[in-house]
Design a protein around this ligand. Structure first.
Ligand SMILES: [Zn+2]
Ligand SMILES: [Zn+2]
Length: 194
C-alpha cells in the first residue's frame, strides 16, 4: 500500500525560527505578520525585541533662521515623534523649538545583500535555509519542515480540501527528480535542531 500524504500540522505559519542576531543560535519570531505584536526572543542569550523596538523616525528640519535668515538643516534619529525638537542656528547660535517633519523607518537586522530568506519584521535570516540545486530552500519552523517532509516522502500526494500549504510550495520541491536532495536537506535541518 502506498503511503498517502495527509496534512498533520497547522501551526507552521505562526512562529518562525531565525538566526539570533546576537549569538547566532536559534531564536523565535512571533507574529511576524504584524509588527505591532511581533516579538523576537532568543532563549540562548536572552535577546528580546518587539516590533516597536525596530521602528525609528528621522526628524527633519529645514528652515531659515528667524533671527539671521541663515539656513538651518537638521536630520536627527528619534525613537518617538515629539511635537517639537530643539535646533540651534549654526550662524547666530539662537535656539528654537521647531516642529519637524518625520520619516518612519524600520531599522531592523536585515542584510538584503546576503540573499537569504528573512522574517518580515526583524529581518533575521530563517534558521532553516539552504541551497537546493540552485534554489533557495527554506522552512519557517520545525512544523513546516515536518509538513514538507511528509509531503515529499508521500507517494500519493492527495490534497485535503483545506490543504493549501503544498500548493504554494515552489516547483523544485515538488519535482520527483529533486526528492532525494530535498529530503536530505530536511534531514540535515532536523538534526541541527532538537
Ligand atoms: Zn541569541
Ligand atoms: Zn541665526
Amino acid at each position: 500500500m502506498k503511503q498517502r500524504y495527509q496534512q498533520q500540522y497547522s501551526a507552521y505559519y505562526s512562529d518562525c525560527l531565525v538566526v539570533c542576531p546576537e549569538c547566532g543560535k536559534d531564536a523565535v519570531v512571533k507574529n511576524e505578520n504584524n509588527y505591532k505584536e511581533a516579538l523576537l526572543e532568543c532563549k540562548h542569550c536572552n535577546l528580546r525585541k518587539t516590533g516597536y523596538d525596530m521602528v525609528a523616525y528621522k526628524a527633519i528640519v529645514k528652515i531659515n533662521c528667524p533671527v539671521c535668515a541663515h539656513p538651518i538643516r537638521v536630520e536627527r534619529w528619534v525613537k518617538e515623534k515629539l511635537p517639537n525638537i530643539s535646533v540651534q542656528c549654526g550662524e547666530c547660535d539662537a535656539d528654537f523649538n521647531i516642529k519637524p517633519k518625520y520619516e518612519k523607518y524600520f531599522n531592523n537586522y536585515s542584510r538584503k545583500e546576503q540573499g537569504l530568506k528573512q522574517d518580515e519584521v526583524f529581518g533575521c535570516p530563517l534558521y532553516f535555509q539552504d541551497d537546493c540545486k540552485g534554489n533557495l530552500f527554506w522552512a519557517k519552523n520545525r512544523e513546516h519542515l515536518l509538513e514538507m517532509e511528509a509531503y515529499v516522502s508521500a507517494e500519493l500526494r492527495t490534497l485535503p480540501y483545506r490543504m493549501r500549504m503544498v500548493e504554494r510550495l515552489p516547483t523544485f520541491i515538488k519535482e520527483a527528480k529533486n526528492r532525494e536532495a530535498v529530503l536530505k536537506i530536511l534531514q540535515k535541518w532536523k538534526n541541527s535542531y532538537k
